[in-house]
Write a protein that binds this ligand. Sequence first.
Ligand code: ASP
Length: 211
Amino acid sequence: MDAAVMWGASRDAGSVAAVTGVRHPVALARLVMEETSHLMVAGQGAARLAEERGLEMCDPDWFVTERQRDRWTAAKGTVGAVALDGDGHLAAATSTGGMKGQLPGRVGDSPVIGAGTYAEDGVCAVSATGDGELIVRATLAAEIAALMRLAGLPLQEAAERAVKKRLAPLRAEAGLIAVDHQGNVTMPFNTTVMHRGMARNGADPWSACLA
Ligand code: ASP
Protein backbone atom coordinates (compact mmCIF):
# COMPACT_ATOMS: atom_id res chain seq x y z
CA MET A 1 0.00 0.00 0.00
CA ASP A 2 0.98 3.61 -0.62
CA ALA A 3 -0.63 6.57 1.13
CA ALA A 4 -0.19 10.26 1.75
CA VAL A 5 -1.76 13.11 3.62
CA MET A 6 -1.16 16.83 3.25
CA TRP A 7 -2.31 19.77 5.38
CA GLY A 8 -2.70 22.89 3.26
CA ALA A 9 -2.22 25.48 6.02
CA SER A 10 1.42 24.62 6.61
CA ARG A 11 2.01 22.34 3.62
CA ASP A 12 3.11 19.71 6.11
CA ALA A 13 2.85 16.27 4.56
CA GLY A 14 3.50 12.66 5.37
CA SER A 15 3.50 9.56 3.23
CA VAL A 16 4.20 5.86 3.29
CA ALA A 17 5.15 3.63 0.39
CA ALA A 18 5.24 -0.09 -0.31
CA VAL A 19 3.99 -0.89 3.18
CA THR A 20 2.09 -4.06 4.04
CA GLY A 21 0.10 -5.14 7.07
CA VAL A 22 -1.08 -1.70 8.15
CA ARG A 23 -4.85 -1.43 8.44
CA HIS A 24 -5.09 2.33 7.85
CA PRO A 25 -2.15 3.54 5.71
CA VAL A 26 -3.39 7.16 5.79
CA ALA A 27 -3.21 7.08 9.60
CA LEU A 28 0.41 5.97 9.27
CA ALA A 29 1.08 8.75 6.76
CA ARG A 30 -0.37 11.20 9.27
CA LEU A 31 1.86 9.77 11.97
CA VAL A 32 4.87 10.31 9.71
CA MET A 33 3.73 13.91 9.21
CA GLU A 34 2.99 14.69 12.84
CA GLU A 35 5.42 12.57 14.80
CA THR A 36 8.58 12.25 12.74
CA SER A 37 10.88 14.70 11.00
CA HIS A 38 10.49 12.79 7.72
CA LEU A 39 8.16 13.14 4.78
CA MET A 40 8.10 9.58 3.39
CA VAL A 41 8.82 6.24 5.05
CA ALA A 42 8.78 3.03 2.99
CA GLY A 43 8.62 -0.74 3.24
CA GLN A 44 9.53 -2.61 6.39
CA GLY A 45 10.58 0.58 8.14
CA ALA A 46 7.08 1.96 7.68
CA ALA A 47 5.44 -1.24 8.95
CA ARG A 48 7.77 -1.28 11.94
CA LEU A 49 6.93 2.35 12.72
CA ALA A 50 3.20 1.51 12.64
CA GLU A 51 3.69 -1.43 14.98
CA GLU A 52 5.90 0.49 17.38
CA ARG A 53 3.40 3.35 17.62
CA GLY A 54 0.49 0.98 18.18
CA LEU A 55 -1.40 1.45 14.92
CA GLU A 56 -3.82 -1.28 13.93
CA MET A 57 -2.13 -4.00 11.91
CA CYS A 58 -3.83 -6.55 9.65
CA ASP A 59 -3.24 -9.45 7.30
CA PRO A 60 -2.17 -7.96 3.92
CA ASP A 61 -4.99 -10.01 2.36
CA TRP A 62 -7.54 -7.98 4.30
CA PHE A 63 -7.51 -5.33 1.53
CA VAL A 64 -8.50 -7.79 -1.18
CA THR A 65 -12.29 -7.97 -1.44
CA GLU A 66 -14.16 -11.05 -2.66
CA ARG A 67 -15.15 -9.20 -5.79
CA GLN A 68 -11.56 -8.31 -6.59
CA ARG A 69 -10.49 -11.87 -5.93
CA ASP A 70 -13.16 -13.11 -8.34
CA ARG A 71 -12.20 -10.81 -11.15
CA TRP A 72 -8.62 -9.80 -10.59
CA THR A 73 -8.76 -7.30 -13.37
CA ALA A 74 -8.91 -4.02 -11.58
CA ALA A 75 -6.33 -2.11 -9.62
CA LYS A 76 -6.38 -2.95 -5.97
CA GLY A 77 -8.37 0.13 -5.10
CA THR A 78 -7.59 3.75 -4.46
CA VAL A 79 -9.35 5.99 -2.00
CA GLY A 80 -8.84 9.72 -2.14
CA ALA A 81 -10.29 12.57 -0.12
CA VAL A 82 -10.02 16.34 -0.32
CA ALA A 83 -11.52 18.75 2.17
CA LEU A 84 -12.08 22.43 2.86
CA ASP A 85 -12.90 23.09 6.52
CA GLY A 86 -14.89 25.89 8.14
CA ASP A 87 -11.71 27.91 8.75
CA GLY A 88 -10.76 27.79 5.07
CA HIS A 89 -8.04 25.18 5.44
CA LEU A 90 -7.52 22.61 2.71
CA ALA A 91 -6.33 19.03 3.07
CA ALA A 92 -5.84 15.99 0.85
CA ALA A 93 -5.29 12.30 1.48
CA THR A 94 -4.85 9.30 -0.83
CA SER A 95 -4.39 5.61 -0.18
CA THR A 96 -3.93 2.85 -2.73
CA GLY A 97 -3.15 -0.78 -3.24
CA GLY A 98 -1.39 0.20 -6.48
CA MET A 99 -1.72 -1.13 -10.01
CA LYS A 100 -2.60 -4.60 -11.20
CA GLY A 101 0.46 -6.81 -11.59
CA GLN A 102 2.91 -4.37 -10.06
CA LEU A 103 6.36 -5.51 -8.93
CA PRO A 104 6.91 -5.88 -5.20
CA GLY A 105 8.25 -2.58 -3.95
CA ARG A 106 6.79 -0.53 -6.79
CA VAL A 107 5.62 2.91 -5.67
CA GLY A 108 2.97 4.87 -7.54
CA ASP A 109 1.82 8.47 -7.51
CA SER A 110 -0.35 8.44 -4.41
CA PRO A 111 2.40 8.99 -1.81
CA VAL A 112 4.32 11.40 -4.03
CA ILE A 113 3.46 14.92 -2.92
CA GLY A 114 2.62 17.05 -5.94
CA ALA A 115 1.81 14.01 -8.08
CA GLY A 116 -1.14 12.06 -6.61
CA THR A 117 -1.67 14.18 -3.52
CA TYR A 118 -1.35 17.91 -2.82
CA ALA A 119 -2.93 20.60 -0.64
CA GLU A 120 -2.15 24.28 -0.27
CA ASP A 121 -4.32 26.80 1.55
CA GLY A 122 -5.60 29.58 -0.67
CA VAL A 123 -5.20 27.38 -3.73
CA CYS A 124 -6.54 23.81 -3.88
CA ALA A 125 -6.42 20.25 -2.59
CA VAL A 126 -6.05 17.40 -5.09
CA SER A 127 -6.13 13.60 -4.91
CA ALA A 128 -5.56 11.56 -8.06
CA THR A 129 -6.15 8.01 -9.23
CA GLY A 130 -5.09 6.06 -12.31
CA ASP A 131 -1.80 5.29 -14.05
CA GLY A 132 0.62 6.20 -11.28
CA GLU A 133 3.81 6.36 -13.32
CA LEU A 134 2.17 8.77 -15.76
CA ILE A 135 0.61 10.89 -13.01
CA VAL A 136 4.07 11.31 -11.49
CA ARG A 137 5.55 12.21 -14.86
CA ALA A 138 2.80 14.79 -15.29
CA THR A 139 3.32 16.12 -11.72
CA LEU A 140 -0.45 16.34 -11.93
CA ALA A 141 -1.52 17.76 -8.59
CA ALA A 142 1.29 20.32 -8.47
CA GLU A 143 0.50 21.35 -12.03
CA ILE A 144 -3.13 22.11 -11.15
CA ALA A 145 -2.03 24.15 -8.12
CA ALA A 146 0.57 26.00 -10.18
CA LEU A 147 -1.93 26.84 -12.91
CA MET A 148 -4.17 28.36 -10.24
CA ARG A 149 -1.44 30.10 -8.28
CA LEU A 150 0.68 31.39 -11.14
CA ALA A 151 -1.70 31.67 -14.08
CA GLY A 152 -4.76 32.60 -12.01
CA LEU A 153 -6.95 29.91 -13.55
CA PRO A 154 -10.08 28.79 -11.71
CA LEU A 155 -9.99 25.23 -10.36
CA GLN A 156 -11.99 23.54 -13.08
CA GLU A 157 -10.03 25.17 -15.89
CA ALA A 158 -6.72 24.39 -14.19
CA ALA A 159 -7.70 20.74 -13.76
CA GLU A 160 -8.95 20.50 -17.34
CA ARG A 161 -5.80 22.07 -18.71
CA ALA A 162 -3.53 19.85 -16.60
CA VAL A 163 -5.38 16.73 -17.73
CA LYS A 164 -5.42 17.79 -21.39
CA LYS A 165 -1.90 19.15 -21.68
CA ARG A 166 0.04 17.02 -19.21
CA LEU A 167 -1.79 13.70 -18.89
CA ALA A 168 -3.47 13.20 -22.24
CA PRO A 169 -0.20 13.32 -24.25
CA LEU A 170 1.08 10.49 -22.05
CA ARG A 171 -2.12 8.52 -22.80
CA ALA A 172 -2.84 8.17 -19.11
CA GLU A 173 -6.03 6.70 -17.77
CA ALA A 174 -6.64 8.76 -14.71
CA GLY A 175 -9.02 10.81 -12.63
CA LEU A 176 -8.88 13.22 -9.79
CA ILE A 177 -10.94 14.97 -7.18
CA ALA A 178 -10.13 18.53 -6.21
CA VAL A 179 -11.55 21.37 -4.15
CA ASP A 180 -10.40 24.98 -4.03
CA HIS A 181 -10.28 27.52 -1.21
CA GLN A 182 -13.79 28.73 -2.14
CA GLY A 183 -15.35 25.29 -2.07
CA ASN A 184 -15.50 24.76 -5.83
CA VAL A 185 -15.15 21.10 -6.69
CA THR A 186 -14.07 19.24 -9.82
CA MET A 187 -13.77 15.51 -10.46
CA PRO A 188 -12.63 14.84 -14.05
CA PHE A 189 -11.74 11.30 -15.15
CA ASN A 190 -11.25 9.35 -18.37
CA THR A 191 -11.43 5.91 -16.78
CA THR A 192 -14.60 3.88 -17.37
CA VAL A 193 -15.81 4.40 -13.83
CA MET A 194 -14.74 6.48 -10.90
CA HIS A 195 -16.67 6.17 -7.66
CA ARG A 196 -16.99 9.62 -6.18
CA GLY A 197 -19.08 11.58 -3.80
CA MET A 198 -19.40 14.89 -2.05
CA ALA A 199 -20.71 16.23 1.23
CA ARG A 200 -21.25 19.94 1.77
CA ASN A 201 -22.84 21.85 4.64
CA GLY A 202 -26.49 22.55 3.93
CA ALA A 203 -26.73 20.16 0.96
CA ASP A 204 -27.56 16.50 0.58
CA PRO A 205 -24.51 14.32 0.09
CA TRP A 206 -24.35 12.54 -3.27
CA SER A 207 -22.28 9.88 -4.92
CA ALA A 208 -21.82 8.58 -8.47
CA CYS A 209 -19.91 5.96 -10.35
CA LEU A 210 -20.20 6.37 -14.12
CA ALA A 211 -19.72 9.55 -16.17
N1 ASP B 1 -2.63 5.63 -8.86
C1 ASP B 1 -2.49 4.36 -8.25
C2 ASP B 1 -1.06 3.88 -8.43
O1 ASP B 1 -0.50 4.07 -9.47
C3 ASP B 1 -3.42 3.31 -8.76
C4 ASP B 1 -4.88 3.76 -8.88
O2 ASP B 1 -5.25 4.85 -8.50
O3 ASP B 1 -5.66 2.98 -9.40
O4 ASP B 1 -0.52 3.26 -7.55
